[in-house]
Design a protein around this ligand. Structure first.
Ligand SMILES: [Zn+2]
Length: 231
């Protein structure tokens, strides 16, 4: 497995995730000489409780048998260009997924696409602080088809609080594009003012959906969420 310049553009985390998922030695990033093409002695690892063992695991492994997770990228591909391709042609998301198989990288591209589609606002409350926004899957990653994993129509840009409430099934988006909370009359117990602000106050309000209706959450994905959580 060799790194290429593109891999260096992403955070190290995707390779770490890839190694864990593929049950590879605890490699996060290996440094390869730009001219020689020869790996150096340094690497950045993960799960390193025992550095010496980790060192042996990484350097004794036959990496030539491990396909380069970035091998499908073309020289012009960037997270931004792939995200733009997703929102230009969401129906081709499976083709982008074929390039971006590493989950951490896919998540980076997916978030970038949703940030662009939703104008960097939480679909429920409008929060626009980038670091507090998540690319939420409506049909979860583990249940989604390869195409659905990157399809903006299977996504919602949500702040971290609304992401959690959505994943728990407490709040959702109606087919008509409105926020819906599971307990609008607050019958299930007391709500603090902050609770109300993030839940009942938003119930029935128009969601902050993409300006392009072609990127709205799909009926298929939303109905999957309703069914899973008994709406
Ligand atoms: Zn929010």
């Amino acid at each position: 497995m060799q790194t290429n310049p593109l891999s260096m553009r992403w955070a190290l985390d995707p390779i770490q995730t890839y190694c864990i998922e593929a049950k590879l030695p605890p490699l996060t990033s290996i440094v390869i000489g730009a001219k020689s093409g020869v790996p150096g002695t340094g690497f950045i690892g993960c799960q390193l409780d025992d550095l010496e063992t980790a060192h042996h695991l990484v350097f004794d492994n036959d990496w030539s048998k491990t396909p380069n997770p970035y091998g499908a990228f073309g020289p012009a591909d960037t997270p931004e260009s792939l995200a733009q391709a997703l929102i230009d042609q969401p129906e081709n998301s499976h083709e982008i997924y074929a390039k971006v198989k590493v989950r951490g990288v896919a998540q980076t591209v997916f978030k970038e696409a949703l940030v662009r589609a939703y104008g960097q606002q939480c679909a429920m409350c409008g929060l626009s602080i980038y670091q507090a926004l998540d690319a939420a899957h409506i049909i979860p990653w583990s249940l989604a088809t390869p195409g659905q994993r990157l399809d903006p129509r299977n996504g919602l840009l949500l702040c971290t609080v609304h992401h959690r409430l959505f994943d728990c099934g407490f709040i959702t988006i109606t087919l008509g594009g409105r926020t819906r909370y599971c307990d609008p009359a607050m019958e299930d117990g007391p709500h603090s003012p902050a609770d109300k602000n993030m839940t009942t106050r938003l119930h029935g309000k128009k969601a902050y959906l993409p300006s392009n209706p072609a990127l709205y959450p799909s009926r298929e994905a939303l109905e999957h969420h309703y069914l899973r959580h008994g709406w």
